[in-house]
Design a protein around this ligand. Structure first.
Ligand SMILES: [Zn+2]
Length: 458
């Protein structure tokens, strides 16, 4: 009898807290969709500040603006964490054409890859060799590559439903193509933009020369997908055509910048820290609205929603706007190093860096036990059409926090349109849908609420 009473009590407590959680999630979504701040913040960040490449004046403006906004939320503490970041400057607009016969030219849209060296001041003109992969490049060997421009033209794989997988499957051309081609004596590198649709926007992104000396580095640029298709078909008609491009980009010494941080102190377990964040820097071509202005304002909104709905967190909840994800990850590394040096105990970190599109769920990098616990909350998210709970990656900036106890998570929005904008000039505020952005913020706040309330397993 006593056992039965205990079971009834346990069920009652469970049902009660389930109802309480349902109510709290409803409050969070209501507040985000009816009096949210995320869209207004992003409007300012995108339209009044714009692209925020590390080390730029705009990046510093973004630090000041977001700190001021966090200051206005009545958090327990807001501060800047200094971090040295690389400074790379694009210079004047790039220019390129395909020359099929002397004087017969067609202009094509290109942009320098981040970190690339400039071409000679008069530009670079050479024959082109097209390859689909780094392996194909290595198989061809130096004699057919020397003095030429290597054209990496492997498209993103269209039959993968998750476009991040397709991106992961071809980004090595951009990140390592110039380094590998330089080893075979190439004069320059042109990479097909990481974009699934055919359009005229070249997409930048970091390229890494590894330990190549400065005088061995060759200029690298991205070409739009339409440009890549054209170059490839003209090459089949005339393998001797020439490609010309000119870029004036330059690397400067590192400069001082900041991670922007704010927190609400936990009422019961203040030493357990939950982080929610995105990266404040962006590439310079667009406004960085999806990558990753969206993730920053959603993360700020999580703390605002917690306060707005009157929830008192048990654990310390911290928003971190990381600097320099795109071309260095210095902010993420600095944050983790300082947390470790201070002996801070981070139990959970959530990053939003996959665009401001309709949220589908989360990906978790954690123990099976913690994953099973979190999966148990799945039904609470069903009314909001959030269904994806999977084990996998999380986010680049929170990666350095990884240890065997922390739960790392990434918001997973619908990924079908992300690479239409990623690192390109059209990643602007008009590509953001207000409700999708707000649903993402509410979804993140709901998860933070549940993790705060129930904790994680050690
Ligand atoms: Zn990003």
């Amino acid at each position: 009898m006593r056992k039965l009473l205990f079971i009834i009590l346990l069920i009652t407590v469970n049902v009660f807290s389930q109802n309480e959680d349902e109510k709290q999630l409803k409050k969070i979504y209501d507040a985000s969709l009816t009096k949210g701040q995320s869209y207004e913040w992003l409007k300012y960040l995108s339209n009044q500040i714009g692209g925020r490449l590390s080390g730029s004046l705009n990046a510093e403006k973004a630090v000041k603006y977001t700190k001021k906004q966090l200051d206005s939320l009545g958090l327990d503490r807001v501060w800047l964490q200094p971090v040295m970041v690389p400074k790379w400057v694009r210079g004047t607009a790039e220019f390129a054409y395909i020359e099929t016969a002397p004087g017969v030219t067609t202009n094509v849209p290109i942009c320098a890859l981040g970190g690339s060296v400039a071409t000679p001041s008069g530009g670079l003109k050479a024959n082109v060799i097209e390859v689909k992969s780094l392996d194909e490049l290595a198989a061809i060997g130096p004699e057919k590559i020397e003095g030429k421009i290597v054209f990496f033209n492997r498209p993103m794989q269209a039959d993968l439903i998750n476009t991040f997988q397709a991106y992961g499957g071809c980004v090595d051309q951009r990140s390592s193509g110039a380094r590998e081609a330089a080893k075979f004596g190439a004069a320059g590198v042109i990479v097909r933009s990481m974009n699934l649709r055919l359009d005229d926007f070249p997409h930048t992104g970091g390229t890494n020369y590894g330990d190549l000396q400065l005088d061995q580095r060759i200029p690298a640029a991205a070409i739009s997908t339409n440009g890549a298709e054209l170059l490839s078909s003209l090459l089949t008609l005339n393998p001797d055509l020439q490609f010309y491009f000119k870029q004036t980009c330059r690397q400067f010494d590192d400069v001082l910048s900041y991670n922007v941080i704010g927190e609400i102190k936990g009422s019961e377990f203040p030493d357990e820290v939950l982080v929610v964040g995105g990266h404040l820097d962006s590439w310079d071509l667009g406004d960085g609205s999806h990558d990753d202005g969206a993730g920053c304002v959603q993360s700020m909104e999580v703390l605002r929603l917690i306060k707005e709905t009157g929830y008192q967190p048990k654990r310390t909840i911290r928003v971190v706007l990381f600097m320099n994800e795109e071309n260095g990850l210095r902010g993420g590394r600095k944050y983790a190093a300082e947390a470790k040096a201070k002996g801070e105990r981070h139990v959970f970190a959530l990053e939003s860096d996959s665009g401001g599109f309709t949220p589908r769920g989360f990906s978790f990098d954690c123990s099976d036990e913690n994953f099973a616990r979190i999966e148990g909350w799945k039904s609470l998210f069903e009314p909001y059409l959030i269904h994806l709970f999977e084990q996998g990656g999380s986010g680049a900036d929170i990666g350095p926090l990884k240890d065997d106890q922390i739960v790392l998570a990434g918001l997973r929005p619908d990924s079908q349109r992300y690479f239409d904008y990623h690192h390109a000039e059209n990643d602007t505020f008009d590509a953001i849908n207000k409700r999708e952005l707000e649903l993402g913020a509410a979804t993140m706040a709901s998860l933070i609420y549940l993790v705060d309330k129930y904790g994680t397993l050690k």
